[in-house]
Design a protein around this ligand. Sequence first.
Ligand code: SF4
Ligand code: SF4
Length: 94
Amino acid sequence: MSIKISEMAGWREIPVAGVAYRPSTESKTGDWRSFRPIVNEEKCTGCALCHFFCPDGAISLVNEKAKVDYDFCKGCGICAEECPVKAIEMVPER
Ligand code: SF4
Ligand code: SF4
């Protein structure tokens, strides 16, 4: 018997120590976030360091400015720590 990937449990349904078989792009981790990174485009130089450091691949460069995908950003703050010009501020989620 074969099981389609789409029929397997996602991360919300799996037990402790279980395994999620769905691709990580289906798990929108943004709802874990308690702090939100805000990019100051005036300060951003487009160096892309935040893109490379983000463990969730949630930052891309658009028109040479950092852009956060809030569906996947989980608010760890690494981008803000690593930005050499302090263009990212972490603010509490409402
Ligand atoms: S690390 Fe800072 S300056 Fe560099 S792209 Fe990201 S936000 Fe912009
Ligand atoms: S806060 Fe963390 S997950 Fe969100 S964009 Fe920055 S490095 Fe990525």
